[in-house]
Design a protein around this ligand. Structure first.
Ligand code: GDP
Ligand code: IMO
Ligand code: MG
Length: 429
């Protein structure tokens, strides 16, 4: 068996949670492989709404196992809140939520450092979610981090104190920020007990054995490929490999074990936080997309920046990930447009280009657009591709043609059932 991967092709919030929740029924295990509580994955079903940050989006499906892989960074405080929400909703998670011992812990002082480092950057700030992601991955690569498996070691408290001390020294380099460390630490140690009570596994052995046993596994990405630490719009990125290669490190599987790579894109594009965004619409159209799409961060509540779909950007992330099928979400958000735009080229440095420039943060990239007719009607209740308005079908076909990947799912609303499975015969000809 192989591990299928589902991940975002833009700057995050493509609707990964909804699609993983839908697809989960076809799998035995859903596993997160990177990121942490900076993620906010929204699921809507049976009139209920859940936002998951650390827990994989397969948790609401009976009998399905959910693994938090070694590549994830975990804040016991956020995890406890998520678990509380599961308990409140009577979700039986106890034997279905497994945590890799090699996953790293986010300490309160990591969050303090995140806040202080962002404050020091002033106008150049990344727009981090301030969940401590960057400092925790820094300690991981700097070989100072504390891992889930360490919580049972006799010298855990000493290790904690030593790292805390180091952080407090470092933080003196930065401007002071408002942070009640004592209160956060008390909470952290309380919540650590919940993390301790979960099943801990040697994730790499566990996943590889599951594959041997013929189990079907779906790896759930967090953030989006344009936020990848190596290939995103650096430094306006997150601190992990969000692309498909991250699955190998984040779960402990070989590249030959990767199966389908399902890439998700919105029918338009959004970004939250700082950094370049060539097709951003800082105008009435952007505001309209924001209000129609409810584009406010699932983790921070910040308004998301909105713009048209960007095909050279998608070609880039399809290339990096080896995408084998595409999911297009939020097509309903475009219902009221007379015409739509899709960027197919960029103008910069006096020329026309189809690739993103290295220097994207410092040069003006002007998007060039191709226009498409809108459909100006509701898509509610449509469950078959052939029942979509002709112009909506044309839009999807043109994405398939330009991106050279078949679209296999089209999402028409936030609820689980608002999804069109596209017939294989409809695939790119
Ligand atoms: P994720 O981080 O990729 O899981 O995405 P988020 O949950 O942060 O953001 C996606 C938002 O769009 C959530 O509010 C979803 O409920 C919502 N959503 C997902 N798919 C659709 C869709 O097809 N149409 C509409 N209108 N909303 C959707
Ligand atoms: P999901 O999984 C959208 C963005 C932040 C910031 C940058 C760095 O819900 O798609 P960090 O907290 O990692 O230091 O922030 O990355 N960011 C996200 N944007 N969706 C996410 O996750 C994000 N996680 C981080 O806004 O610009
Ligand atoms: Mg999100």
């Amino acid at each position: 068996m192989k591990v299928d991967v589902l991940l975002g092709l833009q700057w995050g919030d493509e609707g990964k949670g909804k699609i993983v929740d839908y697809l989960a029924n076809n799998y035995d295990i859903v596993a997160r492989f990177q990121g942490g509580p900076n993620a906010g994955h929204t699921l809507k079903f049976d009139g209920k709404k859940f936002v998951l940050h650390t827990v994989p989006s397969g948790i609401f499906r009976d009998n399905l196992l959910n693994v938090i892989g070694n590549g994830v960074v975990i804040d016991p405080i956020t995890l406890k809140k998520e678990i509380q929400n599961l308990e409140d909703a009577d979700v039986d998670y106890k034997d279905r939520l497994l945590v890799a011992r090699k996953a790293h812990l986010i300490l309160p002082t990591h969050r303090l450092m995140d806040a202080a480092s962002e404050a020091a950057k002033g106008k150049a700030k990344i727009g981090s979610t301030l969940k401590g992601i960057g400092p925790t991955y820094m300690d991981k690569t700097g070989r100072n981090g504390i891992r889930v498996g360490d919580v049972h070691l006799p010298n855990f408290k000493e290790r904690y104190k030593a790292l805390r001390k180091k952080h407090l020294k470092l933080v003196q380099m930065y401007p002071a920020v408002d942070f009640d460390l004592e209160a956060e630490e008390t909470k952290w140690f309380e919540c650590l007990e919940t993390l301790k009570s979960l099943k801990h596994v040697d994730g790499e052995y566990y996943i590889n054995q599951a594959l041997k046993d013929g189990k079907k596994i779906l790896a759930e990405g967090a953030q989006g490929s344009m936020l990848d630490i190596d290939f995103g719009t650096y430094p306006f990125v997150t601190s992990s490999n969000t692309i498909s290669s991250g699955v190998c490190n984040g779960l402990g599987i070989a590249p030959s074990k990767i199966g389908e790579v399902i890439g998700i894109t919105k029918a338009y594009c959004t970004r939250v936080g700082g950094g370049p965004f060539p097709t951003e619409l800082d105008n009435k159209i952007g505001e309209f997309l924001r209000s129609e799409g409810g584009e406010f961060g699932a983790t921070t509540g910040r308004p998301r920046r909105c713009g048209w779909i960007d095909l050279p950007q998608l070609k880039y992330t399809i290339m990096l990930n080896g995408v084998t099928q595409l999911v297009v979400t939020k097509i309903d958000v475009l219902n009221n447009f007379e015409s739509l735009q899709a960027c197919n080229q960029y103008q910069y440095n006096g020329g026309i280009h189809e690739q993103l420039p290295y220097d994207i943060n410092n040069i003006q990239v002007v998007p060039l657009y191709q226009s498409h007719s809108g459909w100006q009607q509701s898509l509610d209740g449509i469950t078959k591709f052939e029942d979509l308005p002709a112009t909506a079908k044309d839009y999807i076909h043109s994405l398939e043609k330009d991106l050279e990947v078949p679209v296999t799912m089209i999402s028409t609303g936030p609820e689980r059932e608002k999804l069109i499975l596209k017939n294989v015969s409809e695939m790119i000809s």
